[in-house]
Design a protein around this ligand. Structure first.
Ligand SMILES: Cc1ncc(C[n+]2csc(CCOP(=O)(O)OP(=O)(O)O)c2C)c(N)n1
Length: 547
């Protein structure tokens, strides 16, 4: 029944989102979800319109990664909802707290068990989301909207965080909805077992060569400072996964700056007698598909016991919040000798790796130097699945937590530019997006969003006129180039046609550095095309050294 004077379901949706401290969302309207476009702004939620639903979910993910807060996408029924799936899958694989709010066909037009053929109808919209979310929730009445949205927020944020689907039959948004019940508090508190904690402290303090392996769960829990302290006590190197890059500052004495795919850093793992793994599941991309040997002793810290144990069997598991457990572990940990030698060794590894990059791939060295010199401290570097992005994911010195967003994860091409919309809309600093020409074309229409919303984004398109990574694979395999060489548009002209300032340079040399500096100091969105072809780095699978 349409509301006649009381509150609508749309208002309940907006209120529930406000309770979750949501103040911006990303979406695309349709006849079904149109009431949300009025209801959300009325409650102070800025609903940013994008040009494709996939971008709405990527932007929500980018927002969540940059801020640690909930990212929200608002999309319409059927194709609108389906268009988000790849981006929701990326958020799922990267444990990003995202809520996708999708309308469904009006309850009044549904016949259970039958697809009648009303606009945008599917047999089971929620089921499409099941494999790529933590939970799928559907409101069963207008009154139920507040409950499902609150619940979605709790589930999305609770570690291990991740995306949640919320389905709302379209008629519920305009129907009258009763006052919601008071919000329940259902915080789950894990208390780590004290005997296990003492045992872990004993094993670590007597280890000969301990190593700390930090994953995305550690970063999201804010465990960086505690990990840094623990590493100093133990004189243990900290190896980070892609998701944990920036967890300790680049000048921390224990940081292994480069990825574990470089043999020198891999050797730290091989030599370890005890590994402490925090907030990680040891996925295939980090472990060279599990070719890294199981360490003699593995201790894990994770909220999810099964996730912690699924790839390398742990000898001891500490179940709980990564920060809390790490802080407890560090308390009373005796300080061991060896920090100076460790730091010297890590510096030496860093020097050798950088020297090798300069020798073997001078263009990548120039790119990394240019980024280090020009990207402002508060900016977030957002990289796509492109060769330049793989260099960044592995070798860029990330200055702080949440200053790199990298879709590995699920390995989702097309993430970079639309995720940058969310990063920039968060207001914490500029988004500097590095993407290939192929990946950029996935979301090129978002140039319109960037200019309309005046979002501070610099897009660096590395134009090699093709799917460079796959061209490399074909060349390596001695195969002719099929499907990998692309006609690319005049990106500068294209950007300018949207009103976005743009320029093109050759290579990553001085002209690139100068323009990047200028562009990243602007208030406006802009785009810098770089004609360059890079060789993939050691952290890409064809170049893994463990065979
Ligand atoms: C959604 C999706 N589709 C396809 C791929 C496979 N893929 C990985 S990298 C890549 C090429 C990307 O080309 P471009 O953006 O131009 O970057 P480059 O490799 O040239 O640096 C492709 C097609 C993927 N990872 N994700």
């Amino acid at each position: 029944m349409a509301a006649t004077g009381g509150c609508t379901g749309g208002r309940r949706l907006a209120d529930a989102l406000r309770e979750l401290e949501v103040d911006r969302a990303f979406g695309l309207p349709g006849v079904h979800n149109l009431p949300a476009w009025n209801a959300l702004p009325q409650q102070g939620i800025r609903l940013i319109g994008v040009r494709h639903e996939q971008s709405a979910a990527f932007a929500a993910d980018g927002y969540a990664r940059a801020t640690g807060r909930l990212g929200v996408a608002v999309v319409t029924t059927g194709p609108g909802a389906a268009n988000t799936l790849a981006a929701v899958g990326e958020a799922h694989a990267s444990a990003s707290p995202v809520i996708v709010i999708a309308t469904d066909v009006p309850s009044t037009l549904r016949t259970p068990g039958v697809v009648r053929g009303s606009l945008h109808e599917t047999s089971d919209q929620a089921a499409m989301f099941a494999p790529v979310t933590k939970a799928t929730l559907t409101a069963d009445s207008p009154d139920d909207i507040a409950r499902v949205v609150r619940r979605a927020g709790r589930i999305a944020r609770r570690p291990q965080s991740g995306p949640v689907y919320v389905g709302i039959p379209a008629d519920f948004l305009t129907a009258e909805a009763a006052d919601p019940l008071p919000a329940e508090s259902t915080e789950v508190i894990h208390r780590v077992d004290v005997a296990d904690l003492l045992q872990a402290r004993e094993v670590l303090s007597t280890a000969r060569r301990p190593v700390i392996w930090a994953g995305g769960g550690a970063l999201r829990a804010g465990a960086g400072e505690a990990l840094g302290e623990l590493a100093e006590c133990l004189a243990a190197p900290i190896i980070t996964t892609y998701a944990a890059r920036g967890i300790v500052p680049p000048d921390h004495p224990c940081r292994a700056s480069n990825p574990v795919h470089t043999p020198e850093v891999g050797a730290l793992w091989d030599e370890a007698d005890v590994v402490l793994a925090v907030g990680t599941d040891f996925d295939g991309m980090m472990t060279q598909n599990w070719r890294m040997p199981k360490p003699p002793t593995l201790i894990t810290i994770n909220v999810d016991t099964a996730d912690a144990a699924k790839n390398y069997p742990p000898d001891l598991q500490l179940t709980g919040d990564a920060r809390e457990v790490t802080e407890n572990l560090a308390l009373g940990m005796p300080r061991r000798a060896g920090l100076t030698e460790l730091s010297r060794r890590l510096d030496d590894i860093e020097t050798r790796v950088r020297r090798r990059i300069r020798r073997e791939e001078p263009q990548a060295a120039e790119l990394l130097t240019a980024l280090a010199e020009t990207v402002p401290d508060d900016a977030v570097l957002v990289s796509d699945m492109c060769v330049a992005g793989y260099w960044i994911g592995g070798f860029y010195r990330v200055p702080a937590p949440r200053k790199l967003a990298y879709p590995m994860g699920w390995g989702t091409l097309g993430f970079g530019f639309p995720a940058s919309l969310g990063v920039a809309a968060a207001g914490g600093g500029r988004a500097v997006c590095v993407t290939g020409d192929g990946g950029f074309l996935y979301g090129v229409g978002e140039l319109a969003t960037a200019i309309q919303e005046k979002l501070p984004i610099t897009v660096v398109v590395v134009d090699d006129s093709g799917y460079g990574m796959l061209r490399y694979d074909q060349t390596r395999g001695g195969l002719p180039h099929e499907g990998v060489d692309l006609v690319t548009p005049d990106f500068v002209g294209l950007a300018k046609s949207f009103g976005v300032d743009a320029d093109r340079v050759d290579g990553f040399g001085r002209a690139f550095r100068r323009r990047l500096r200028e562009f990243t100091r602007s208030e406006e969105p802009n785009l810098l095309v770089v004609a360059a072809e890079l060789t993939p780095p050691l952290n890409t699978s064809p170049r893994w050294y463990r065979r």
